[in-house]
Ligand binder design. Structure first.
Ligand code: HSE
Length: 436
């Protein structure tokens, strides 16, 4: 029986999951591929650490070259993360005729436009199902199952840590800081959580999804990235009272005027499917012109779910090799010569409904002053709420607008901030009323 000889770079949580799957599911993988997927070598900075696995004759080394440059390895699985040395290792592996599987979203979002042509020129595979939304097979779906569709919109919950924090804030009625501390204690959030909670991780994933969907390579600087630090418990309570949930959404839209790419806290209707995605789960919704909207849901992180995606890519490579082909599907779907740069629409030109929160003095005439500012910017109000009384403290004033442009909202909020009665910087959160 033919063999697919595998080398792994990185032996952290995902690496451990991949090794475990390969060791325990060998027979199943043989039946499904007609090949033996044989793990030969793992390069890790800590080869001596006990991972609780019986590795048999699998070699452990702290030398990346023993995997990348080895002539007894067919596929390199890169699970180190970070830009370097991962980028050089992948380039070297492709140049020496190896296929590559990676879970490295930061690398693909930053250097995908260079790695993809290299893989195609070498007639090798570059597969990365695990880089976006863990176990959810969204890359394969976009590249293959929906290949007949013009994708005009894609959105989803791409970061489990943020979704967990927002879910807990609502269910426990707790503040962002308290839930984050608790999530870190339970191991659901990293000690340095900024990549997750500031939206960077989700932006990397959105860049990859947009590249495949739209045939473009957006620069990360073209993505509007807002995390969840400024979502207050009072916003979550008001959203709930008004029939919404707050979710950190990645949104990619395309029309004749250009592309919009954003990571943002968003109010979505409580009855929508997006709203029902809770806790650490991820979900991606894709709108294709022929297929309509389809939804993909599951675990976006964790040892076994992410390993499932990595080993699924190894199965694809084994099948291709057995069939004597390679590079059947371009890594980002579109052949590189058709990759275009699309104009990215400025935030000022975005249109939508907005949730506004002000802290105002509780005295006659304040509401009139505030609504006058909105009227001046031609912003129409859908709902207005004010609860509580205080002769001394500011009280919250919550408003929901009809569709308007972000330019008008920003101008109105800047003007409101100058009013004597407005006692804190006004906040806004965008609303997506039409999500599935
Ligand atoms: N840290 C990510 C999350 C998973 O919380 O969803 C890996 O991208």
């Amino acid at each position: 029986m033919q063999e697919l000889r595998v080398g792994i770079l990185g032996f952290g949580v995902v690496g451990r999951g991949v090794v475990d799957l390969l060791l325990t599911q060998g027979e199943l993988l043989r039946q499904r591929t007609g090949m033996a997927i044989r793990l030969r070598r793992i390069a890790t900075r800590t080869p001596g650490r006990d991972r609780g696995l019986s590795l048999g004759d699998i070699e452990l080394t702290d030398d990346l070259q023993r995997v990348v440059a080895a002539d007894d390895i067919d596929v390199v699985v890169e699970l180190m993360g970070g830009l370097q040395p991962a980028r050089s290792a992948i380039e070297e592996a492709l140049q020496s005729g190896k296929d590559v599987v990676t879970a490295n979203k930061a690398l693909l979002a930053t250097y995908g436009h260079e790695l993809v042509p290299l893989a195609l020129a070498q007639h090798r595979e570059l597969l990365f199902e695990a880089a976006v939304a863990g176990a959810i097979p969204i890359i394969k779906v976009l590249r293959e199952s929906l290949a007949a569709n013009r994708i005009d919109q894609l959105y989803g919950i791409l970061n489990g840590t943020c979704n967990y924090i927002l879910t807990e804030m609502r269910e426990q009625g707790s503040s962002f800081a308290d839930v984050l501390r608790d999530a870190q204690a339970k191991g659901f959030a990293e000690a340095d959580p900024s990549f997750d909670i500031d939206g960077i991780d989700a932006a990397h994933k959105l860049a990859i999804l947009a590249a495949i969907s739209f045939g473009t390579f957006p620069a990360l600087s073209q993505i509007h990235i807002e995390g969840i630090r400024h979502v207050a418990d009072i916003d979550i309570q008001w959203a709930t009272e008004m029939g919404y949930r707050i979710k950190l959404l990645g949104i990619a839209k395309q029309d004749a005027g250009g592309v919009e790419l954003r990571i943002q806290p968003t109010l979505v209707p409580v009855g929508s499917m997006v709203a029902s995605v809770e806790g650490v789960h991820n979900a991606v919704f894709v709108r294709g012109h022929a297929a309509g909207t389809t939804m993909y849901y599951g675990r976006g992180a964790g040892e076994a779910p992410t390993a499932s995606a990595v080993v699924g890519d190894l199965v694809e490579i084994a099948r291709s090799r057995r069939a004597g082909c390679s590079g059947r599907v371009a890594p980002f779907s579109v052949m590189p010569e058709y990759i275009k740069r699309f104009p990215v629409r400025e935030t000022d030109e975005w249109r939508g409904e907005y949730y506004l929160r002000l802290a105002v003095a509780d005295r006659p005439g304040v509401l009139a002053e505030v609504t006058q500012v909105l009227a001046k910017q031609q912003i129409s109000i859908d709902a207005i709420h004010q609860k509580g009384r205080s002769a001394v403290l500011a009280v919250p004033l919550i408003m929901v607008t009809h569709a308007t442009t972000e330019r008008q909202i920003r101008l109105a909020l800047a003007e409101m901030e100058q009013l004597d009665a407005v006692q804190e910087t006004p906040r806004f959160i965008r609303i997506e009323p039409n999500v599935a």
